[in-house]
Design a binder for this molecule. Structure first.
Ligand code: GTP
Ligand code: MG
Length: 197
């Protein structure tokens, strides 16, 4: 897919404030600092469209970007950030889960996980929750450039084995690097094939 236009639409503190759900929408979710905002920028080839930071917890609202004037890409706050208070963490979780459960035009959720680590409990629980609630999702492995040789690919295979302990079918997976601008095209291709723009 050629990205002709990519523009920030708005930030919303609750799902009810999101733009009218009149066009297809795809959202990036995952632990704080996993690289959601960076991958959005890399994928769209726009430097600072989504705000990134070395400090976890940068994205605190639901951010909508309008792509090619016919679909939304959404940057969500990260889950599981340990350094905020318990009540704040609960508020974030509520914001995220309410958005996912209520957003009628949401076509697919991209769950981002760090390719350097083995499957984390919090991610597996979130993936499980998606399954229980019938939410279509794919898994995106990030920061592949931080690993040498085929270590990232090997980690992806291990992750799939872990998933197969509870899932009959595997979701789509993508290995990406925002730093090296890799893997974004495959995600865009998937987005294109799940919708006719
Ligand atoms: P929150 O908004 O806090 O939930 O974080 P996020 O998931 O949006 O992460 P963000 O894109 O802000 O990136 C977090 C840090 O990881 C930043 O310092 C990025 O530069 C770095 N980072 C993100 N993607 C990559 C990547 O592909 N490779 C490398 N080497 N660093 C990355
Ligand atoms: Mg972010």
């Amino acid at each position: 897919m050629v990205i002709k236009t990519a523009e920030f639409v708005k930030s919303s503190g609750k799902w009810q404030d999101c733009p009218e759900p009149k066009i297809p929408e795809y959202a990036f979710i995952g632990r704080s600092n996993v690289g959601k905002s960076s991958l959005i920028n890399a994928m769209l080839n726009r430097k600072d469209l989504a705000k990134t930071s070395q400090t976890p917890g940068k994205t605190q609202l639901i951010n909508h970007f309008l792509i090619n004037e016919n679909w939304y890409l959404t940057d969500l706050p990260g889950y599981g950030y340990a350094k905020v208070s318990k009540s704040q963490r609960k508020d974030f979780e509520k914001l995220i889960t309410n958005y996912i459960l209520n957003r009628k035009n949401l076509v697919n959720l991209f769950v981002l996980v760090d390719s350097r680590h083995s499957a984390q409990k919090i991610d597996l629980e979130f993936i499980e929750w998606c399954g229980e609630n019938g939410i279509p999702f794919s898994i995106v492995f990030t920061k592949a450039d931080k690993l040498k040789g085929n270590a990232a690919t090997a980690n992806v295979e291990k992750y799939k084995e872990e998933l197969l302990k509870t899932w009959e079918d595997l979701p789509e997976t993508y290995l990406t690097s925002a730093e090296k601008k890799e893997g974004g095209d495959e995600i865009l291709q998937f987005i294109q094939t799940t919708n006719e723009f």
